[in-house]
Design a protein around this ligand. Structure first.
Ligand code: TXE
Length: 499
């Protein structure tokens, strides 16, 4: 197949221009010092659409040096009014480039263009993060504290950490850029962003817009490359003061180990295996649509917060599963650049094979494939598409226990509230969760007992104003809200003796 069989992709690719194989260091868009690149494969049709710079230690050094100079050269000590205004100008510019950034995000990740444009994961969300944290620049600055018994007072100063490395995943590059870079910059840090080696076009453009908004060169630098060649030298670099990471749990463990020698601050936003608990009194149709949507719509299950286990009261299991199957049928993957498309491809052939392997493993362990489970052919054969899949299983099979990162929902029956809570918590992860019930007391009772960083009741939402992050193997630290400021700053205490 060529791109011509996906007509929306063919016309989008003909019209997109982007920085192929480039980095942004010290205000300059240029090729990597290594002189090496990696192919940028578009998951919608399997074609190479450009290249990604394959940076190594010398590039890391240059980017960290530029960030340090920008930090010491004015960004850290800029008066808060100027910094606030620059960030607000930047937020406006990002929002004004919604169309262009959304297309680049789809090019990088295969995310359907309607979701790339949407508020949840699109440029408006990145703009909202920047605007929200611009509003905190002159507010999250410290506090005055009482001292006794003598005469005196005490105050705290919230200070930047220095140079922050922001290492991001391929699944939502625009959202992740906003969630990490905005709070880091707001408190006066400078950043080196390392997006996934899979696609860097949206991240580079976001950083370039910062320069156009008047943010000084070196405040945001972008380098790209493989984990061991580029990510590791960045994490271990003596000039990096903190690391904010989103990606797989195994990589998160490596990063924590690499950062241990220098004791630099680490924030880890890792994987999940969240549960949506469906009680017998819930709106079953709404719960089924929500569950199906979380694994079939948009990212095709390639999101850390997706509730990929549905724990369903046995009395409503059949009705729930039927709703899921019909909703999934409605969300059959298609050309991600077509505005009508609700679900896109998986990120790579390797990832698709891995997900199909989980379905097979589940089958061998006794799970029933209620619907889906196959790779899509025809016009979509050259891309990485698979049918949204419903498995009926216990909580003990491999697909119910491991993060699959694909459109696979595990439907798991339970018989009472205690069992539902036990199953929801019977996972190494602790990122998100949903409780579906019309019983107000039960909703809050169960929300308090689910061991995770976030929980939704009859729905789920993440935004700039609310804290998002995990516990257990899902990592630690928070993105969004004023609580994230703590992860990107240190608190200095100053005592004043008035006696
Ligand atoms: O992530 P990686 P991948 C999960 C999901 C997925 C799996 C692997 O289960 O199947 O992780 O995805 C950089 N030092 N999530 O391979 O490898 C890497 O270059 C420093 C969950 O894409 O963790 C990229 O920029 N950096 C997740 C980033 O880390 C390193 C989103 C993420 O890559 C590095 C994505 C190293 N040694 C995947 N190795 C979520 N939480 O949403 C890699 N990197």
């Amino acid at each position: 197949m060529t791109a011509t069989t996906l007509s929306a992709t063919a016309s989008a690719l003909a019209g997109i221009s982007f920085h192929s194989g480039k980095v942004l260091v010290d205000g300059e868009i240029r090729g990597p010092l290594s002189g090496r690149t990696l192919d940028h494969v578009f998951p919608g049709n399997g074609e190479v659409v450009g290249v990604v710079a394959r940076c190594e230690a010398a590039d890391v050094d240059a980017a960290v040096g530029a960030a340090r100079r920008a930090l010491d050269g004015g960004w850290r000590d800029m008066n808060v009014r100027d910094r606030r205004r620059l960030l607000l100008d930047y937020a406006r510019l990002v929002a004004a480039h919604n169309e262009e950034l959304a297309r680049l995000q789809t090019l990088d990740s295969g995310m359907p263009i309607q979701m790339s444009h949407g508020f949840l994961l699109g440029p408006e969300m990145a703009a909202d993060f920047i605007e929200y944290y611009a509003g905190l620049v002159d507010k999250e600055i410290g506090e005055v504290l009482p001292v006794y018994p003598g005469a005196g007072f005490d105050y705290t100063l919230r200070e930047p950490l220095g140079v922050v490395a922001c290492i991001t995943a391929w699944n939502a590059p625009v959202y992740l850029f906003g969630a990490k870079v905005a709070p880091a910059l707001a408190v006066g840090n400078t950043v080196v962003v390392k997006p996934s080696e899979i696609g860097s076009a949206a991240t580079l453009r976001l950083a370039e817009l910062a320069l156009e908004a008047g943010i000084p060169k070196g405040v945001i630098n972008v380098i790209t490359g493989l984990g061991p060649e580029c990510g590791e030298p960045l994490v271990t670099h003596a000039g990096v003061d903190a690391v904010s990471f989103t990606g797989g749990t195994a990589t998160g463990r490596h990063i924590q180990r690499f950062a241990a020698d220098s004791l630099k601050r680490v924030v880890l936003e890792l994987g999940g295996k969240s549960a949506s608990v469906v009680f017998e009194d819930a709106d079953i149709a709404a719960a089924g649509m929500l569950s199906a949507g979380m694994v079939a719509y948009g990212l095709s299950g390639q999101g850390c917060a997706c509730a990929t286990r549905a724990l369903v009261h046995q009395s409503v299991l059949e009705e729930f599963n039927q709703t899921v199957v019909s909703t999934m049928a409605f969300m059959t993957p298609a050309d991600p650049f077509d505005p009508a498309t609700m679900a896109g491809p998986l990120i790579s052939d390797r990832q698709l094979e891995r997900v199909l392997g989980y379905v097979e493993k589940g089958r061998a362990e006794g799970a029933t494939v209620v619907s889906g489970g196959e790779r899509l052919g025809g016009d979509l054969a050259a891309g990485f598409y698979m049918q949204p899949t419903l498995l009926l299983t216990s909580n003990q099979t491999t697909p119910a226990r491991e993060e699959i990162f694909g459109p696979v929902l595990c439907s798991i029956p339970f018989s009472d509230e205690e069992e539902a809570i036990r199953l929801a918590n019977d996972t190494p992860y602790g990122l998100a969760g949903v409780i579906n019930t019309r019983d107000l007391k039960r909703a809050h009772r169960v929300a308090a007992r689910i061991r995770s960083g976030t929980v939704g009741i009859n729905g789920y939402s993440i935004q700039a104003t609310t804290p998002f992050g995990g516990i257990k193997q899902s990592g630690y630290g928070r993105e969004g809200s004023r609580h994230a400021i703590a992860d990107y700053s240190s608190l200095k205490n100053v005592y004043v003796d008035l006696s």
